[in-house]
Design a binder for this molecule. Structure first.
Ligand code: AMP
Ligand code: TRP
Length: 338
């Protein structure tokens, strides 16, 4: 049986990278598999979050998932901190994962930067919590963008070590699902950096809440080089900004990048950007409208999350009971071992 798990942090506006790299793929997987989609607020607080903003962002992120087409009935949409098993299993994984493994995590190095000594312990241990998110449900497949690949390798290592240490095949070895034409959408201001919620410049990303004029303005201002578009994808080599815009167009139009270069080869970027802005607005406008509608009804979103947490808890409880027994803890009913 396949079970899908994926998560997204409620740390700001969801952007085109989140949509094309992750959520759009979730929509494609729903119905085919049992899916859990989680707003990972425990991950968010690994860096400082203003409490009131965090609360608003949790609702907003859940609303964005629903607005993008993730069905709250067919899937379990929930909020991480409402299911205590995530933190409980993460502690056990803190004791399974090795320092050396975490020392290799590039995302920690990027996020902590020069201020490593001042980073929270949570930011360092974050990949263990991510492994717990997935393995609490014995999920087998995890659809994410390219940037999460290393964390999923760590999840596999943790599962393997746990199974070996305790001599029982408790956890599956998860498969990353990194697919689609936009697994790594880059910043509109710098083709060497990924589009991110935490970039200081709002011009670096297209938010799912941006209106048509803002989207058009951001695309018009996007960095490009002076040459016209090439007529083959090979011509995009060493032109990261051009490659990114062609990639975004291809992903939104559901075309191969080759089809985009052959259609627009020879065009000046100013003209191509107009076509791109028109397409982006056309694709994102329904999502934005639905997000606005949902945001006006926070009780509905809260009810979806509460129901999701209940369903997630029902799936997590027997796994946690099994793990506690395997580790040698007494269960809540006082019974020990398995
Ligand atoms: P985050 O915004 O870090 O919570 O990421 C949520 C999901 O979006 C993860 O599956 C990421 O891999 C994916 N993602 C984030 N940024 C990008 C990007 N620039 N391009 C493609 N996927 C992304
Ligand atoms: N670490 C992921 C990110 O920053 C979010 C995340 C947390 C996640 N737990 C997860 C993704 C479990 C997939 C599965 O994008």
């Amino acid at each position: 049986m396949k079970r899908i798990f994926s998560g997204i942090q409620p740390t700001g506006n969801l952007h085109l990278g989140n949509y094309l790299g992750a959520i759009r793929n979730w929509v494609r997987l729903q119905g085919e598999f049992e899916c859990l989609f989680c707003v990972v607020d425990l991950h968010a607080i690994t860096v400082w979050q203003d409490p009131a903003e965090l609360t608003a962002n949790i609702r907003k992120t859940a609303a964005a998932m629903i607005a993008c087409g993730v069905d709250a009935e067919r899937n379990i949409i929930f909020n991480q901190s409402q299911v205590p098993g995530h933190a409980q299993l993460a502690w056990i994984f803190n004791c399974v994962a090795r320092m050396g493994w975490l020392n290799r995590m590039t995302q920690f190095k990027e996020k902590a930067g020069k201020h490593r000594e001042n980073a929270s312990v949570g930011l360092y241990a974050y990949p263990n919590l991510m492994a717990a998110d997935i393995l609490l449900y014995k999920a087998t497949h995890v659809p994410v963008g390219e940037d999460q690949k290393q964390h999923l390798e760590l999840t596999r290592d943790i599962a393997q070590k746990f199974n070996t240490d305790f001599g029982k095949p408790v956890f599956p070895i998860v498969e990353p699902l990194i697919f689609g034409p936009a697994t790594r959408v880059m910043s509109l201001r710098d083709g060497s950096k990924k589009m991110s919620k935490s970039d200081a410049s709002d011009y670096s990303r297209i938010n799912l809440t941006d209106d048509a004029d803002t989207i058009a303005l951001k695309i018009r201002k996007a960095k490009t080089d002076p040459d016209p578009l090439p007529d083959t994808v090979e011509g995009l080599a060493d032109r990261p900004e051009a490659e990114n815009l062609v990639g975004i167009y291809a992903a939104l139009a559901e075309l191969e990048p080759e089809a985009v270069t052959s259609q627009f080869g020879g065009w000046l970027f100013s003209r191509f950007k107009e076509a791109l802005a028109e397409l982006a607005v056309e694709r994102l406008a329904p999502v934005t409208a639905e997000m606005n509608r949902l945001q006006a009804d926070p009780r509905y979103v809260e009810a979806v999350l509460a129901r999701g947490a209940e369903r997630a808890n029902d799936l997590a409880a027997p796994v946690l009971r099994e793990v506690y027994g395997v580790v040698g803890f007494l269960g809540r009913d006082g019974a020990g071992g398995t």
